[in-house]
Design a protein around this ligand. Structure first.
Ligand code: GTP
Ligand code: SPV
Ligand code: MN
Length: 615
């Protein structure tokens, strides 16, 4: 590269010697024309430059809009790899490859691939400053895409201070992002050129061939989930999970409860954590937002409880179906002056308005000036595309945590919050009741491992197919599943006061007409309140082999619109269906080497319990 890298790093006050060496190396490899160090304070300038360059468009006061390349709209799970130097790290879902094979392959793909472009150096921290897990949180993303740098500023704490001050200068994650020539990468063909690789035991992330979401904002899932999960296991210290994290305050008793949990991508984490209490319960309960996509959990020796932090600084939320009724909090989070970036929604050129499916019941009646997410004028659409969605189903908004109206006052507490309950859930049209509580640790971990749900558009491929997604971590699994289960038992087992587990399902459908049986969204608080009460010994529920289920009168249904027949179905166990499921689970779990015996015991116990029930 032509420019003087050292001069740029000096100018930016970037003093960490190993970081400087890393920047020099990749500037050389990628052939970038310029290097620029980015901090949060550069946001306004970068926004102006991106507007001038036409990379983003204005979308109302202090809000912006971008389109991705049409074949670059979601994570690609087949192209995502966790590499290490130890073949024993191969699991079922981590697509393990040898580090020695992937490193040169990625260097070759990246060589010269940023020619003519600026390489942005983005030093970041994935943790509230001062956290006991801070040692695992520092990273430096190098990206050749300005919009990615803008996303990073919203999604992570960004600035040179985070890496200059490291106790061990070399303890940062190296996260290299090279966009590549998007129209010529053969996305989804046998000749696919993309690679999204985490070299976990070298703490190096190498992503080539996308500028979208988790493929490109490397602090988020590549570091915050894949790398951190590996680090948490290798150090024996913590869990990194695709979890939302929320607080529920009971204003009557003054008590506060913290719930975290995993649902697969695009299955309701953001919506749950942003939820407003239903109107009828709003005087008594208040829900506070801590995080919507990642939590790091550890056993805190000081109080013997599981603590959790959200390592992120922002929200990268699904736009579809976000509206005043489903999620008013999200709409406020992306309101005027928030600095929000919208990606792949529909855009009204004359006014900068945005729209997505479910924003209003019908698309704007006057289509003049509206373009769909690909940039095509709605008015110019040929007949065969007339009914296609205006926004991509995985279109998203990016905003910082501080913009979320129900953000918890203590969201940056470095010690995190003590966890009362861990929940798992997914889109399941039958079998799974509204909620079933699990008080046994091994059965709780077993429940996470056997989480089965319908696939969504957050990953490329078909929507709706049923698949197992352990703890909602299938796309982010970094090490073998048997070891993962053992690590869970160890970390949660280390707590003297353990959280209760529960499996929830907001997505049960009527078998005849396909409608959702449960209203969902704000009403989901009702299920969580029951769980908290159960944990407090205030209700007892009804014991079943798969967990404790609420009785209809224990659920706080004041103001809820659920008919009695639907409620009965929501709170019942379809024994025949569950027995079939147990055989599927056995095949699913049998894939995993070294699954701890307590997990198999839990499986056998539940299977036997179901066998004993009358059908
Ligand atoms: P990722 O960011 O991909 O990890 O997704 P997420 O789990 O945070 O999902 P999110 O909350 O963004 O929800 C995804 C989709 O599910 C949105 O279109 C929501 O409108 C819809 N959704 C969320 N909660 C509910 C619910 O309780 N009921 C119904 N029917 N739909 C819901
Ligand atoms: C997900 O797909 O689960 C997300 C979005 O949270 S991404 O960051 O693209 O992974
Ligand atoms: Mn996610």
């Amino acid at each position: 590269m032509g420019a003087d890298v050292d001069g740029v790093l000096d100018g930016a006050g970037l003093k960490n010697a190993p970081v400087r060496e890393y920047v020099r190396h990749w500037a050389e490899v990628t052939g970038a024309a310029r290097v620029e160090v980015v901090g949060a304070a550069d946001d306004a300038r970068l926004i102006r430059e991106a507007l001038d360059a036409g990379e983003i468009l204005p979308a109302g006061e202090g809000r912006y809009y971008a389109r991705s390349y049409v074949k670059d709209t979601a994570r690609s799970e087949e192209r995502t790899i966790v590499a290490t130097n130890d073949p024993a790290d191969a699991g079922v879902y981590n697509n393990w490859r040898p580090a020695a094979e992937m490193r040169p392959l990625l260097e070759e793909r990246m060589r010269g691939a940023s020619a003519g472009k600026t390489m942005y150096v983005v030093p970041y921290l994935m943790a509230p400053p001062g956290s006991p897990l801070e040692a695992y949180a520092a990273g430096v993303e190098l990206t050749d895409h300005r919009t990615v740098a803008l996303h990073m500023i919203r999604m992570a704490r960004v600035g040179v201070d985070h890496i200059n001050a490291l106790a061990e200068p070399d303890s940062f994650v190296r996260a290299v992002h090279v966009t590549g020539d998007l129209p010529n990468l053969g996305q989804g063909t046998p000749d696919d050129q993309r690679y999204f690789v985490t070299v976990a035991d070298e703490r190096t992330i190498l992503h080539f061939g996308s500028s979208y979401g988790g493929n490109a904002l490397l602090g988020k899932i590549a570091h915050g989930l894949r790398q951190a999960a590996y680090d948490g296991w290798a150090s024996g210290e913590f869990l990194a999970e695709q979890f939302m994290l929320l607080g529920i305050t009971d204003k009557k008793t003054g008590r506060k409860y913290h719930v975290c949990g995993g649902f697969p991508s695009a299955s309701g984490k953001t919506n749950l954590a942003m939820m407003l209490a239903p109107d009828a319960l709003g005087d008594r309960y208040h829900v506070e937002f801590y995080g919507d996509d990642i939590a790091w959990l550890w056993a805190d020796p000081a109080d013997g409880r599981i603590h959790a932090i959200n390592p992120e600084f922002g929200v990268f939320g699904v736009a579809k179906d976000t509206n005043e009724t489903t999620n008013p909090t999200a709409l406020a989070s992306v309101g005027p002056g928030t600095g929000t970036l919208f990606t792949n929604v529909a855009y009204h050129e004359p006014t900068g308005e945005v729209w997505w499916e479910g924003r209003t019941p019908h698309p704007p009646a006057d289509v003049a000036g509206w373009r769909d997410w690909t940039g095509e004028l709605i008015s110019d659409r040929p007949t065969d595309r007339r009914d296609a969605p205006w926004a991509h189903p995985n279109s998203r908004f990016t905003t910082t945590l501080a913009n979320v109206p129900n953000i918890a006052a203590d969201f940056e507490n470095p010690r995190g919050v003590p966890i009362d309950a861990i929940i798992f859930g997914g889109r399941t049209r039958d079998r799974e009741p509204l909620i079933r509580a699990i008080t046994d640790l091994a059965e709780g971990v077993y429940d996470g491992l056997t989480l089965g749900a319908e696939a969504t558009f957050a990953a490329e491929g078909v929507d709706g197919q049923l698949r197992y997604d352990p703890m909602s971590m299938r796309p982010f699994m970094a090490y073998p599943e048997g070891a993962y289960a053992a690590h869970w038992l160890k970390i949660i087992g280390a707590a003297r006061e353990k959280p209760v587990f529960a499996h929830v399902n907001w997505f049960q459908r009527d078998p005849d007409d396909g409608r959702f049986l449960w209203p969902g969204y704000r009403d989901n608080l009702r299920a969580l309140l029951w769980l908290v009460r159960l944990n407090n010994g205030e209700v007892t529920g009804r014991a079943t082999p798969v967990g404790i289920i609420p009785t209809a009168d224990e659920l706080e249904l004041d103001g809820a619109d659920v008919d009695a027949g639907d409620l009965e179905r929501l709170l019942s166990i379809d024994v025949a269906r569950w027995r079939t499921e147990m055989a599927n689970r056995e095949r699913h779990l049998a894939q995993f080497a070294d699954l701890p015996e307590p997990i198999w015991q839990a499986h056998r116990r539940i299977t036997a319990g179901l066998a004993d029930l009358p059908t």
